[in-house]
Design a protein around this ligand. Sequence first.
Ligand SMILES: NC(=O)c1ccc[n+]([C@@H]2O[C@H](COP(=O)([O-])OP(=O)(O)OC[C@H]3O[C@@H](n4cnc5c(N)ncnc54)[C@H](O)[C@@H]3O)[C@@H](O)[C@H]2O)c1
Length: 347
Amino acid sequence: MRVRPRRAGLTLTRAGCERFPDALAAGDRESRIQPRPRRESERKDTEMGALDGRVAIITGAGRGIGREHALLFAAEGAKVVVNDLGGAMDGSGDDRTPAQQVVDEIKAMGGEAIANADNVADWEAGQRLINAAVEAFGDLHVLVNNAGILRDRVLVNMSEDEWDAVLRVHLKGHFIPTHWAAAYWREQAKAGKEVKASIVNTSSTSGLLGNPGQANYGAAKAGIAAFTVIASQELIRYGVRSNAIAPAARTRLTEATPGLDQVVKAPDDPGRFDVWDPANVSPLVAYLATESCPANGKVFFVQGGKVQLFQPWTLTESIDKDERWTVAELESEMKRLIGDGGAGVAR
Ligand SMILES: NC(=O)c1ccc[n+]([C@@H]2O[C@H](COP(=O)([O-])OP(=O)(O)OC[C@H]3O[C@@H](n4cnc5c(N)ncnc54)[C@H](O)[C@@H]3O)[C@@H](O)[C@H]2O)c1
């Protein structure tokens, strides 16, 4: 990869830096020419794609980051189920056009794909989604859980429906396809087949680091990271690896966020590396989906040219004694753990 000695020079608002704590660092790094993924039609017959022979389901792949995953997976030789119910940003409505357009693009470049409009948060629809892959392509190797919506509101104003809708699409919408895919892979493993499957989930810094105004979304996204770790522990015995990403990219979700719309803009100079291009996220997901990838139970931040490993929740300093603490003792001793308090404590 060639390196250009030029500053990316993004101007970042405070809100943008809070939501994507890494944004400043990414914008401040030296820019690089972005390698364009090769399309299927550009590959010579003898060249192997990283995902040749893999069958992949990508949820929410009609737009944004999921669309880029679908295009790169196909370019790398995967057969792709492009799932998307095509709703609005808040999850309302449905439209089959975006998923079909991605399928048409993949076919135009010589790849194989089918569209699927099932709702990932619906129990029977989740089973249909897994069946669709097996019926169309004879097997399933990869599940990328990516579909998502936003209903931002400070928690004191948040309605029950805003909470439920976001938890349903993200958290339940990760569990349901994973459940049915895992059932399929367990059956294969029990029948004596060597399974080399991969699940890639989509978390967010909004949950792993916290972001005001997104209690519903952040709780779901932190839950997805926990779900990923537990899935990695349960499913590895069947040959199924589970990992998660926390991406940062320009999509309708970030473009509609006050304070972020300007931050995520593409650079005016087309020669400069566009760190917010959603296509930057997909190579990591494709790598995690490859048959020989060893990663399991990991969560990665990914933006631009940066891939960063998250540390899991970790026990750190402690106070400990061989009997129960009194409240009065804790009033004095807890200072050793929490100092003067915590984030945002009013003084
Ligand atoms: N854009 C970012 O910077 C960013 C940051 C962190 C996490 N994420 C996560 O990345 C994922 C993709 O988001 P995006 O930014 O590309 O947004 P997007 O709105 O462009 O794409 C999400 C897609 O999911 C689909 N979808 C929504 N509910 C669905 C359902 N129930 N069943 C099937 N499809 C459904 C939508 O129709 C849409 O096409 C989401 O999980 C999002 O939370 C994005």
